[in-house]
Design a protein around this ligand. Structure first.
Ligand code: GDP
Ligand code: MG
Length: 749
């Protein structure tokens, strides 16, 4: 049995109190409340999520407390400090290299055993630690009573109770942190005793390590020695890289671990882990009282019994998403119409006051048409983000990952792939980044390759617009179908890649299931805003720029000779109209009908002229150039131009269509065509049919990932090879499927 007794207290640093801003790092298990605490302390709005593994980078903030500046670093969540995952390496290297003055270990009080496992390892690193007993509200509710004084004494560190989501306890915590930073309180670098045999071997390795004084100054030898016994590859690397007698040290260490293995009959890291847990259990028995459970299941367990059911789990997930989309469209469509009409009117007003010419065309068609086209679908995107954020914050998304795990295995995909894929349904850029949580490079590359196939926030407006235009009664169902189609193509493509490019075993994983929590409205809205803000920012910058370029490419060179004299045709329409109106006394409704016909003929004429203009432009020529290939999918040159532009960012497809169709052109009084300008104009174009619209949606879902995704994939995978492959395979797959859909649709109709 390990003696739960401390050893080797570190002497307080004589240089204190600190004369600079102390650096304080927040460490802890995923979902322990680190980010909530970070936000409560700094007043920032960092993403608080229930996905383990979304935040793999550290986030830095500053705060002032009692006249002192403090620098705060939010580290990614980890269960341990071995070097198996990117989060563990980020956390560990930060503590080792940057040497924060204090590490605050955010402890989930409802799960002390697992959380203290990390705490012990932080202590082993030799940094001063302060524990935040977070989730203390929930622990009390569950009948877990922690004697924090007693536990603090046992562990040798200050402990403060907190409720991070409400900011409770933050002042006490900061005071404890400053006390430690300034040397007023001790946070002893207390090491648990691993038992006689292990301590002996540890001692041997320590002695070998001490032979290099330089090395001893840059690393905690105690920690390196344990890690060497555990055969930790990262620690071995550190020794090989910077210890003067690396070969000797490693020899001693290897002998020691072999001895331990023979003596205990298991690997040294297992023995060390068991000792840690034994110590924790001992400490908890002394400092924690758990009310006996009344046999009644709590709400989380009851809900999970249904939601995580082997047969119901996946259908429930699909239905939940269908409900989210149905709500989104039900509420979002009228709002989106309103915004679109607003931009249409703005364009009409500007068109009325500005003189004809390039400037007017640029402002009305280029800018209002382009940016307005994208922002018109903003309400739908916003509601969608709201729904997804809610599901995430409630804790449902983690369940979805859990139930999809088996499903993913059917396709030979790793269970953890679900998270990057689900994140990609918001945006593939963070999706590709969160594939870092897959430690096996094969699984990781594979996941990155299929992530862009998901329905993302940028494809949302395009697909939503086409659904609204061609399948108005079933828009939500269609949209959901395409969302599902994204998953389907990702799975099937993944399976094909797995069987061809990435053969091999897959590794198991454990999905954390946080308890359900009713999120605060503020939390959900912040979270939603995180996703939405980038959408608006993109519309204001990138899409604005792309709209200008596309408008120019669609406007120049100008037509030198039109196929017909449009001015003469317009005069003819006016003449015919006045002749008809000048006849005998006409009833009021008849007059109105003639006026409407005139307006419609003129708009039609305007459209023909505009189309002729666009067809002659650079972009139009490029669009026509690929027509022989794209025609098989039912796409004319206008669609091709939009698809070209969509490689920049998928939303731009809408702005390009907006420009081609002259979104801002109507007179405000033409009520019958002014409704939802782009949607109705596209519907009215005879070049489209439901089959070509469906083919277009499928094409947009699959073809070439946007530039941002390709760039981040290049960064993550370190070469141009995979992004190039991604662009190539998605283009071919998109074309084949779009052609199949269009041709089958044509046969059926
Ligand atoms: P992180 O993964 O450690 O950064 O954890 P987060 O800060 O993202 O928190 C995870 C979830 O726990 C969020 O839904 C928070 O609102 C919730 N949460 C955080 N601290 C507390 C707390 O003290 N009490 C309760 N009841 N919920 C909390
Ligand atoms: Mg976090």
């Amino acid at each position: 049995m390990p003696a739960p007794s401390p050893a080797t207290p570190a002497a307080p640093d004589p240089r204190r109190p600190l004369d600079r801003a102390p650096v304080v790092a927040l460490a802890g298990n995923p979902n322990a409340g680190k980010t909530s605490l970070f936000n409560a302390l700094t007043g920032q709005n960092q993403h608080v999520g229930n996905y383990p593994g979304v935040t793999v980078d550290k986030i830095v903030g500053r705060l002032a407390f009692e006249g002192r500046d403090i620098e705060l670093v939010d580290l990614p969540g980890t269960y341990s400090l071995s070097a198996y995952s990117i989060e563990e390496v980020v956390t560990r290297d930060f503590v080792l290299r940057d040497r924060p003055d204090v590490v605050v270990d955010v402890i989930d009080s409802t799960n002390l055993e697992r959380n203290l496992y990390l705490l012990l390892q932080l202590q082993e690193l030799g940094v001063p630690v302060v524990g935040a007993l977070n989730m203390s509200d929930e622990a009390e509710r569950k009948g877990i009573h922690v004697d924090d004084k007693q536990l603090s004494k046992l562990l040798g560190i200050p402990l403060v109770r907190t409720v991070a989501s409400r900011g409770t306890g933050k002042d006490a915590l900061l005071r404890a942190v400053l006390d430690v930073a300034d040397g007023r309180a001790n946070s002893l670098a207390r090491h648990l005793n691993y038992g006689e045999e292990l301590e002996d071997k540890h001692e041997e390795v320590m002695r070998a390590l001490e032979t290099d004084a330089q090395f001893a100054r840059s690393f905690s030898l105690h920690w390196v020695a344990i890690k060497l016994l555990e055969r930790d590859p990262d620690a071995r690397g550190k020794v090989e890289g910077s210890h003067a007698n690396a070969a000797q040290v490693l020899e001693v260490a290897d002998k020691a671990s072999e001895w331990i293995k023979r003596h205990f009959g298991k690997d040294a890291d297992v023995v060390v882990g068991e000792q840690r847990y034994a110590y924790i259990r001992g400490a908890l028995r002394e400092a924690v009282r758990v009310e006996p459970r009344t046999g009644r299941k709590d709400a989380t367990e009851l809900v999970d019994a249904v939601v995580l059911n082997r047969f119901l789990g996946v259908p429930i997930f699909l239905l939940v998403m269908l409900a989210i989309y149905a709500l989104t469209f039900q509420l979002g469509n009228p709002l989106s119409d309103l915004v679109q009409r607003g931009f249409g009117m703005l364009g009409g007003l500007l068109g009325g006051v500005l003189p004809d010419g390039v400037l007017k065309a640029f402002l009305v068609d280029g800018i209002i048409g382009g940016v307005g086209g994208v922002l018109g679908f903003f309400p739908i995107a916003l509601l969608l983000f709201l729904g997804l954020s809610f599901l995430e914050d409630v804790g449902y998304m983690a369940r979805a990952a859990f139930v999809m795990d088996n499903f993913l295995h059917l396709f030979g995909l790793h269970g953890r792939s679900f998270i990057p894929l689900m994140v990609s349904t918001g945006c593939a850029v963070p999706g590709v980044m969160s594939a870092r949580t897959l430690t096996n490079p094969r699984d990781r590359t594979l996941t990155i390759l299929i992530s862009p196939l998901m329905m993302c926030g940028a494809k949302t407006p395009v697909v939503a617009m086409l659904c609204a235009a061609f399948f108005p009664r079933y828009a939500a169902l269609m949209f959901w179908g395409l969302w599902l189609f994204g998953w389907g193509t990702a799975f099937v493509t993944g399976m094909v890649f797995r069987k061809t490019l990435f053969r091999g075993e897959d590794s198991p994983f454990v999905m954390e299931l946080p308890p359900y929590r009713l999120p605060t409205p503020r939390g959900v809205f912040t979270h939603m805003w995180h996703k939405a803000a980038s959408y608006v920012r993109k519309a204001g910058t990138f899409i604005l720029a792309a709209s200008i370029v596309i408008w120019a490419a669609l406007s120049f060179p100008r037509v030198t000779a039109y196929s017909t004299d449009y001015d003469a045709e317009a005069r003819a329409i006016e003449a015919v109209t006045s002749a008809r109106l000048a006849g005998a006394e006409l009833p009021q409704d008849r007059r109105a009908a003639i006026e409407r016909e005139r307006a419609r003929s003129l708009a039609d004429l305007e459209n023909r002229k505009r189309t002729e203009d666009a067809a002659a432009s650079f972009a139009g020529r490029a669009g026509r150039f690929v027509e022989p290939v794209m025609r098989h999918a039912g796409f004319d040159w206008k669609v091709n131009v939009a698809l070209f532009s969509g490689v920049a960012a998928k939303e731009v497809i809408i702005s390009t269509l907006g420009i081609v169709y002259g979104l801002g052109g109507e007179e405000p009084d033409e009520a019958d065509i002014a409704e939802a300008p782009l949607t109705s104009r596209i519907r009215a174009d005879r070049a489209y049919s439901p089959a070509s619209a469906l083919a277009l949606m499928v094409f947009v879902m699959i073809y070439i990932p946007c530039i941002a995704t390709l760039a981040v994939a290049r960064k993550e995978l370190g070469s141009m090879k995979w992004p190039a492959f991604m662009a190539g395979y998605t283009l071919v797959l998109a074309w084949v499927l779009a052609v199949a859909i269009f041709q089958i649709g044509r046969l059926l109709s």
